[in-house]
Each structure stands twice: as C-alpha cells, then as structure tokens.
Design a protein around this ligand. Structure first.
Ligand code: ADP
Ligand code: MG
Ligand code: ZN
Length: 617
C-alpha cells in the first residue's frame, strides 16, 4: 500500500509551495490533531492553506464557511485546478446544481465544501451535514461574527447553532486578518472555541512599498501613477460612488482599460465587472470599499487610494490586496485635507446600527473618530510608514524600513519658530476676543488678512494679528498650522472643530522654544521617479518572463480561468529566473506541484527552450 503523504509533501504536490509560511505549520498540526485553532494573519498571509491542507489529509469532508459567493467560486476553481474535488453551496446554484452537489456530498466525493452562512439552516443542509463524517469546520473571515469588526454579518451567528446540532463536532478553525483584541476575543467566545491554538503572525508585508502623496491635482497624479504601472493590474479605491464614476470615466477617456464596482450597480454588472478584473480583461478596478473582501486575485500589482480611508484597519486590509503572490507591489495613498471632511461625514452618517441606544451610538462614533485620527496621522507622518502601521497593530519593528515613501524621501528641516509664534498668538487672540475657539480655516483667513464676511462680522480684522502673514499663500499657512498640531502645540476639538492652544504652546510663545518642520523636498510622483525606478518594483521585466506571461494568458483564455490560477506572478518570475530545461528542474519552480507540472510542464518547457534558442542565435 502507498504511504500517505506528509504535510510537506502535500504542500508541494497540491499547492506547489516548498516551505510553510509563518504560523501555517503550527495551525495545520493543531487541526490535524483535532484541536481547535484561531489563526490571525494579514491579508495575503496564507490562511487558506491552513484549512485546505488538513482537509486533504483527513477523512471525510471539510466544511468551509465563507461570506462571499465570489470568494467561494474562486477558491473552488483554484482547488479543482490542483485536482482537489471541491464544491460550493450558495444562492448562485440552481436547484438542479444544488441537488447534484448534495448527491456528491452524500457519496463522499468532496474533500472540501464551501458554504455560505445563510445556507447553514436551509434546504436540508444541516440534516445532510449531520449525517456525514466531517473532517473539520473552518470559518474564514471570522471577524464577520463580531460587532466590533468592520464587517459584522449577522448571518455568521447561525454558525453557532449549526455546530451545536452536529452529532460529533469536529475541530473548528477560525481565520481572520483583524488583529484587535476585542475582535479576537469575540471570535473565540461566540464560536465557543475549545482551548484553541491561537496564532498571530507578523503583520509586516515586506514586498509592499507604502507611500503617501499630497498632490495638487489628484486626477493628474493618478493618471501619472497608472501610466507608470501600465503593465500591471491594480485597484483604485475611492471614498464614494460618485468618486468611482468620475475616476473610472477619466481613466477610460485616457485609454486605460478600467472597470468599476460599487453598491449602486446592479448585481449583474458588479459580477461582470469583477470578472473582467479577475480575468485580466480590465487592468484597473475603480471601486468603493464594497469591493475586495475575499478577492484572492494574487497578481494585483498596485493599490491606489484616491481618498484616505476611515481607519488604519480598513487601509491595511485594502492596500494588502496588492502583492499577495509575494511580488513587489505598490500601495499609494493620495491625500488631501478634503478627505478628512469626507471621512468625518461618513462616520457621522453611517446609519447601519439602528438598534443601538444613543449612548452606544455615541461611543461608536467616538471610537471611529479615534481610528480616523490614527489614519490622518499616517498621512501626515514623516516617519517610516511601515513602522507607523506596525505600531498601530502593536508589533515591534526597525526604526526605518528603507522601503517606503518616507524612508526614501528627502526631507528638509526648516526652522519655523517665527511663523509658529504668529499662528499660536493669533489662536490666542481670537479665543480671547470671542470667548470661544474657531476652526483652523478661520484662523488662517485672519492671519492672511482676508476681508471675508465672517472675519469682518466677528470683528477679527481689529486684532493685532490680523494680516500678520499677508503675502504667504493660505495653503502654506494651513500646512504650518497642521505641523503645529502634529507636534502638539495646537489641538482640534473633535466635536466642534475649534482649535485651541495646548500647554506646550506656552514654551513657544513665552520661552522662545525653537520649532522645526520637516517637509518633503518634492512630493510630485513624476519628479521623484527616475527612469530606473527600481525601488518600487516597476523595473523592466526580461524577455523570457514576457513570453511566459503571454503563454499563461493564452492558456487561461483556452481554459476560461483567471491567469493567476495557472501560475502566480511570483511563480512565473521564478520560472523565468531558473529557466528549467527538464521536468525535474521544472518541479523546482515555486508554485509548481505535481498536478501543475503534469498539466502545464511540457508547454512551458517548450516555450523556455524556444526562447533560449532564439537568444543564442
Ligand atoms: P489570505 O487568505 O491569508 O489572505 P491566501 O490563503 O489567499 O491568503 O494566500 C495568499 C497567497 O499566498 C496565495 O497566492 C497563496 O498561493 C500563497 N501562499 C500561501 N501559502 C504559501 C506558502 N507556504 N508558500 C508560498 N506561497 C504561499
Ligand atoms: Mg483568505
Ligand atoms: Zn519605511
């Protein structure tokens, strides 16, 4: 009798990977031994393998509970491509298809069955599941069960009931990319995990290059960024639906193959557009945050945020959709002060939780404002951006990563002590004269000597600080004021937006403390990137890689699957670097398992041989 494969062999044979990533082996061992598990890994960290691999090694079928239809379909397609028998149960199936799946389940045909939480208690699914030997139950995107998570789905609560009715509850494994303690505790408590093995892996994604740009004109900056990334596909996130429409139209007019996704489109159009992006027919997806959860497209080369999101959690999750295949990828945020206004508006008007009491609602809004402030801090910091993110998630890190916009930027340090004195004393004078604090915009107008209605009506033109900074552009004065706030000399009240002095402002006003401001020499992306442009991964690719990509594209068309299902970009890059000459060398390529090798090996080896011959002659 054949010896069963061990977990390393299964990893190579079915998934084509030669080593486990952080956390995977431990979680897999736990599940294999029948222990519950909770895996917290960043987006792209490799959570799927943690339940798919044990499912292949254990008897019976694994149930995978997963929130999105698109996600299930994608994962099942990928599994089938590796010769694993799998199926999904959700509302996209016809009654006929559903019957066939149930029949196969009864016959023990599947190693993995993906199921939508809504389906757990309908259509006899529960009864069927109770009669089957189950290897394990995996809950993907498990943060959906927590009200504290960003994406609470009440249907997830049905999982608990479902599990309780099973005659024998198998190992339960839950996975999420949300790291906060509250959500983690909620998952373990609500799902009633039994002394689970909890693993939180590092949140760093070294292949992602982070950058914040403050362009004068976002539309132009976006066009420039997309032009530099012509050979890649990526996502552009906008804060609103109308933003999506505008940006997508502008890109199309400029000849970029872009498509769009937001909650205002019909289901059918959303499905089609998502598919165009997954199948590389549209290189750029312009979307609101409605797009992306569970999008496993691994070859996303860039994520650009046209607006600042509401929290670091949201930003890291969205940006993290780039470079899941381990290839270098770019995460760029286009920031403007207007984004803060939009985010605040969205926070105040998120009408989702209608059953909250007024006090609870205020607590939620308060927390959202705190998250927003951390996000604004990311946009304004001159420190290492990666360090800023890891701090937020409570992870230790090096002082500077050397691979983000701030680590690579040239900063100038300027003495702004005298400007600081003018601004701070104006804040004080206005406050003394009115008896209350006003917003930064009004302070700036007073300093610049504006004869605006409101300035005159309040009599602020009578103050000694009126017109003190006349001749300096308002935007510059605003920037200086923001720098003072970032350094803790000013504070904006989150409730009414008035700016006030902090106690440390006294050091500047009365004790001549020196104030400095660090600014980027240039923040225009067009200027900073040289032709080589190596740091952000936009280097020219070699000819063999181009040929292999073309072949992959052709095969994907023939088989009607997304290209990355055949080989990931990282896999192809490794193939081009190793340029294997025979099947055993081909098996050395990252991402190549026995199944892929037998299916595609010959075709790719021929292509490589053809290319090498061409090079010699
Ligand atoms: P997550 O669900 O955590 O966001 P996925 O399970 O979708 O991440 O995996 C992301 C990518 O990482 C996929 O392209 C997958 O093939 C790859 N991957 C997973 N495990 C490994 C590994 N051990 N070695 C190399 N690549 C891996
Ligand atoms: Mg996943
Ligand atoms: Zn850095």
């Amino acid at each position: 009798m054949e010896k069963p494969l061990n977990k390393y062999e299964v990893l190579k044979q079915y998934f084509g990977h030669s080593a486990f990533r952080e956390g995977q082996a431990e979680l897999i061992d736990a599940v294999l031994s029948g222990r519950d598990a909770l895996g917290i890994m960043p987006t792209g960290g490799g959570k799927s393998v943690c339940y798919q691999l044990p499912a292949l090694m254990m008897d019976g079928a694994a149930l995978v509970i997963s929130p999105l239809i698109s996600l299930m379909k994608d994962q099942v397609t990928a599994l089938k491509a590796a010769d694993v028998s799998a199926a999904f149960v959700n509302s996209s199936l016809t009654a006929e298809q559903m019957k066939a799946v149930y029949r196969n389940m009864r016959a023990g045909k599947y190693k993995l069955v993906y199921v939508a939480p809504e389906r757990l208690d309908g259509d006899g699914f529960a009864a069927l599941a109770q009669s089957l030997p189950l290897s394990l139950v995996a809950v993907d995107e498990a943060h959906c069960i927590s009200q504290w998570g960003q994406d609470f789905r009440p249907s997830y609560l049905r999982i608990v009931d479902f599990l309780e009715k099973l005659p024998r509850r198998p190992a339960l494994a839950a996975f999420t990319a949300t790291a906060t303690k509250q959500v983690r505790d909620d998952i373990a408590r609500i799902l009633k995990l039994r002394t689970p093995l909890c693993i939180t892996t590092g949140f760093d994604r070294p292949n992602l290059y982070f950058e914040v740009i403050r362009p004068k004109n976002k539309a132009a900056a976006l066009q420039a960024l997309i032009a530099q990334r012509r050979d890649k596909c990526g996502i552009v996130y906008c804060a609103t639906r109308s933003g999506v429409e505008k940006v997508c139209d502008a890109l199309r007019r400029a000849g970029v193959p872009a498509t769009r996704y937001h909650a205002g489109l019909s289901d059918e159009e959303r499905r089609q557009n998502q598919e165009s992006f997954l199948y590389d027919r549209a290189a750029v997806m312009v979307a609101t945050n409605a797009f992306g959860m569970g999008i496993d497209k691994s070859n996303v080369g860039f994520v650009i945020h046209y607006n600042m999101p509401k929290s670091q959690e949201a930003y890291y999750q969205e940006a993290g959709r780039a470079g899941r295949d381990g290839e270098k990828a770019n995460c760029t945020l286009l920031y403007s002060a207007g984004d803060v206004q939009t985010a605040k508006f969205l926070i105040q008007n998120s009408g989702e939780n209608e059953d909250l009491t007024e006090a609870q609602r205020q607590a939620v809004v308060q927390r959202d404002h705190e998250r927003l402030n951390a996000m604004i801090g990311y946009c304004k910091t001159t420190r290492c951006l990666r360090g800023y993110i890891l701090d937020y998630f409570g992870q230790a890190h090096q002082e500077a990563c050397g691979n983000c916009g701030n680590c690579r930027a040239h900063f100038e340090v300027k003495d702004i002590s005298s400007e600081a004195q003018m601004i701070l004393s104006c804040v004080k004078r206005v406050r003394d004269s009115l008896g209350y604090s006003v917003g930064a915009a009004l302070i700036v107008r007073v300093l610049c000597g504006s004869s605006d209605q409101r300035v005159l009506a309040l009599g602020l033109d009578k103050l000694t600080t009126y017109g003190l900074m006349k001749g300096i552009p308002k935007a510059r004065v605003r920037e200086l004021a923001e720098a003072l706030e970032a350094q803790g000399y000013l504070r904006t009240d989150p409730a009414h937006g008035g700016v006030a002095l902090t106690p440390s402002a006294g050091n500047v006003l009365f004790r001549n403390e020196k104030v400095e401001m660090t600014t980027r020499e240039s923040s225009a992306p067009e200027k900073r990137r040289g032709k080589k442009a190596a740091p952000d991964g936009t280097e020219e690719e070699n000819g063999l890689l181009t040929a292999l990509k073309a072949l992959r594209f052709k095969l994907a068309r023939q088989e009607n699957v997304p290209a990355y299902i055949i080989f990931s970009n990282a896999g192809l890059a490794d193939m081009a670097a190793k340029a294997p000459r025979n099947m055993s060398e081909f098996l050395e390529v990252s991402g190549v398992g026995a199944v892929k090798a037998s299916r595609y090996g010959r075709t790719f080896l021929d292509e490589i041989a053809k290319y090498e011959d061409g090079e010699k002659s």
